[in-house]
Design a protein around this ligand. Structure first.
Ligand code: 13P
Length: 382
């Protein structure tokens, strides 16, 4: 359920107002002595419980999702709230204490619990490393001849040991080089990906390359839904659903790209655009398939333009993406790597990768120089 008051229909809003008005009227009449006093007392508990429920729901939806940390905070808060009831009686044993006094003591206890848990949470989890896979993937696009690609791959292999082994490097050359690049990567931990695959398994589809073919050449990943494919080759969610199915049927992990264009960003539609791109494709995956998925957020206005999203802009939308994933897949969304792509380079990688929901990058231009590509990997603080 993802409703906010801004999204209520007129009927729902009228309903809320009516219930609210009846509640306030009953409460006022009871306070004035025209109705039994218990209605007046119960009113306090209704308000307190509704307030707590709303905060709890927000907490549940917003915290770094429903992982172990989120559950820890949520259930501790819930336990303290429940304990606040008997604790109030213990703190105010005098039966003469009014309902108003009890209401304020309960509210203070709940507030204090919130502050205490926030403090414990930040002490426990501050500087803790992210547990998700750290990924730096190079999308070579339509660049390099086969021999140049092999040179590039060898360069990456040669400098790999200078970067933390905690970083997973992936290179995605053009189809024509996959075989030779696979050979150049042999013996290293650098993985291979393709930039696309066909929507069909095999047959009379001139010029297409099947997922089974790229898997046979040693690919572990396939980039799907890149904005250039959506824009220049008319790829729709319908096609992408088929491509995703082919990728999974052949044991490949899709790197599914989402992102808004400049007009959409300027119109403030970016959150809705990526949400729709996820709902139309990723929501069709099974829970098992979802465990093998990488998402890449690439704002079209930042691709190849030298304009990078700021680290805060990236974090904001990555957190939104994770929330959209959590709404469908629950706690496992916490483990899904979400990469940033768009003019990512050695000079800005560290700041972007430091953000809580950014798990690496999908790199275009800077992946064409082994030195730069590796230096981006160094952007991860250990
Ligand atoms: P640039 O890094 O060249 O901006 O490209 C990003 C990209 O599209 C990667 O898929």
């Amino acid at each position: 359920m993802n409703r906010s008051f801004r999204n209520l229909t007129t009927r729902q809003a009228v309903g809320c107002l009516t219930v609210g008005t009846v509640f306030v009227a009953l409460w006022t009449f009871a306070a004035a002595g025209f109705l039994p006093k218990w209605i007046y007392y119960a009113g306090y508990d209704v308000v307190l419980t509704a307030w707590w429920l709303r905060s709890a729901m927000q907490l549940w939806a917003k915290l770094p999702t429903r992982n172990a940390r989120g559950k820890f905070v949520f259930w501790t808060y819930a336990a303290i709230f429940l304990a606040a009831m008997p604790m109030t009686d213990w703190l105010l044993p005098d039966a003469g204490a009014t309902r108003t006094e009890r209401f304020f003591v309960k509210s203070l206890l709940v507030l204090a619990a919130g502050i205490a848990i926030t403090l414990i949470y930040s002490l426990l989890y501050k500087n803790k490393p992210k547990m998700r896979k750290k990924i730096v993937a190079g999308n070579w696009k339509m660049n390099t001849l086969p021999a140049e690609g092999v040179e590039l791959a060898k360069g990456v292999v040669a400098g790999r040991s200078e970067v933390c082994s905690c970083v997973n490097f992936i290179v995605c050359p053009p189809f024509t080089h996959l075989s030779e690049v696979a050979a150049a990567l042999k013996g290293s931990d650098i993985e291979l990906g393709a930039q696309n695959c066909a929507a069909e398994a095999k047959g009379a589809y001139t010029g297409e390359v099947a997922a089974s073919m790229i898997a046979a050449l040693g690919c572990k990943y396939v980039i799907l839904g890149h904005s250039e494919r959506r824009q220049y080759y008319g790829e729709t969610s319908e096609t992408l659903n088929k491509k995703m199915a082919q990728a999974y049927a052949n044991g490949l992990t899709p790197i599914y790209c989402v992102g808004e264009n400049l007009a959409e960003r300027e119109a403030g539609k970016h959150f809705d655009v990526v949400k729709a791109q996820i709902e139309e494709v990723v929501y069709n995956l099974t829970a098992e398939q979802f465990k093998n998925l990488v998402i890449a957020y690439e704002p079209v206005w930042a691709i190849g333009t030298g304009k990078t999203a700021t680290a805060d802009q990236a974090q904001e939308i990555h957190a939104h993406i994770r929330k959209v994933l959590t709404a469908k897949f629950g706690a496992v969304a916490e483990d899904c790597p979400i990469l940033y792509g768009g003019s990512c380079k050695p000079s800005n990688a560290a700041e972007i990768f430091a953000k809580q929901d950014v798990d690496g990058g999908l790199i275009g231009g800077a992946a064409l120089k082994a030195e730069d590509f590796l230096a981006i990997g160094k952007g991860f603080s250990k």
